[in-house]
Design a protein around this ligand. Structure first.
Ligand code: 5AD
Ligand code: FES
Length: 359
């Protein structure tokens, strides 16, 4: 039972001094209306631990085919309204090269779970784009240990796989044919292979509780993850999920802020979905704990078809436009774009560890 006399200040002090809070304290922060106190604490911790630089990760959405059927996602296989596309390996390589010419130091290759990209095809793409001297992040879903191993050996540095929710019952309901247990196994495999581990959740899923979000945060700390991507759930009319009422913008910001307090030097993106709910969403997130932005580097022709949720921003813009637009936005809040690859500090020797396992 949470001690209701405990003030927000004592919880924030504890977080600041120990980087740890128990679940009831996390829930207290998620429930309180004193949001601004949490946001300014997170902004201070962000500044002290990861500084004012903002790391850019160019996102290439290379296929919207997906074999899974997640109830919330517009790319789900049962959605027959969506026009499907996939890029040929050479197109992915060309898009990546273009992105590096705009100064990006990290490329995120993201897709639905598309079986067209076999181990062989995917490994070739990875080893080709690694020649551009960039960090490579994969966000391509649940795979076997062998697949993750092959991609790591081909040169992938980071892997992004949101847990979505650690509530087992809710997970099973929202992700038919999938299991929380297997998703956790994937994250463990990714960790074992010395990738930088990125995970995260959606906030505002129908049936999600504050207590389960507190569990999610504790889970991330237990791994511990190197990167946390948190975004609001946005209802897609071509999916069978129920519509949620309420606006989860502030709650999503609070989750980011609490993650910053508890894991002060991880990378936290100001997620694109934040801009759907507020046109300054990403800039606000950057001032509540976030230190990364993932601008879209997908060719304009494909963007509108990668409709995970409706109202996606920048669907008519070009990779070049997004690159310069984001930089000017970042400058408008007195922050600067980082020039380095932006590894998580505690994982800088992962490449070395990985090499040792190869011998
Ligand atoms: N609203 C917001 N985010 C969504 N995602 C999937 N569907 C939605 C939605 N309707 C997120 C998931 C996934 C990421 C690529 O997009 O968290 O991991
Ligand atoms: Fe593609 Fe969930 S619908 S992974």
């Amino acid at each position: 039972m949470i001690n209701m006399t405990k003030s927000i200040y004592s919880i924030l002090d504890k977080a600041y001094n120990t980087y740890s809070l128990d679940k009831s304290e996390i829930s207290y922060l998620l429930k309180t209306e004193e949001n601004n106190k949490i946001f300014s604490a997170a902004d201070k911790v962000r500044k002290e631990h990861v500084g004012d630089k903002v790391h850019l990760r160019a996102l290439i959405e290379f296929s919207n085919y997906c074999k899974q059927d997640c109830l919330y996602c517009g790319l789900r296989r049962s959605n027959t309204k969506i026009i499907r596309y996939r890029l040929e390996p050479q197109e992915i390589i060309n898009s990546t090269k273009k992105a590096t010419e705009y100064g990006y130091k990290t490329i995120v290759l993201q897709s639905g779970e598309d079986l067209y990209y076999t181990i062989d095809r995917m490994s070739k793409i990875i080893s080709e784009i690694k020649k551009f001297d960039i960090a490579v992040t994969l966000s391509i879903g649940e795979k076997t240990f062998e697949e993750y191993k092959a991609y790591r050996e081909a040169g992938a540095d980071r892997y992004l796989l949101r847990i979505e929710t650690t509530d087992e019952v809710l997970y099973a309901k929202l992700n038919p044919g999938m299991s929380l247990k297997n998703r956790m196994r994937c994250l463990e495999d990714i960790k074992k292979l010395y990738y930088e581990v990125g995970s995260g959740i959606m906030v505002g899923l129908p049936g999600q509780t504050i207590e389960s979000i507190a569990e999610d945060i504790a889970y991330f700390k237990s791994i511990p993850i190197d990167m946390a991507g948190v975004g609001p759930f946005i209802y897609h009319p071509d999916t069978p999920i129920e519509k949620t009422k309420g606006n989860y913008f502030e709650l999503t910001l609070k989750v980011m802020a609490i993650l910053r307090l508890l894991m002060p030097n991880i990378n936290i993106p100001a997620t694109t979905a934040m801009d759907v709910l507020n046109s300054n969403g990403r800039l606000i997130a950057l001032q509540c704990g976030a230190n990364v932005v993932m601008p879209n580097a997908t060719e304009t022709t494909y963007r509108k078809y990668y409709e995970i949720y409706p109202g996606k921003i920048c669907i008519n813009d070009s990779p070049k436009y997004c690159r310069f637009c984001i930089e000017s936005k970042i400058k408008s809040i007195n922050r600067n774009v980082a020039k380095s690859k932006g590894y998580h500090r505690s994982s800088l020797n992962l490449a070395e560890k990985h090499e040792r396992t190869q011998k």
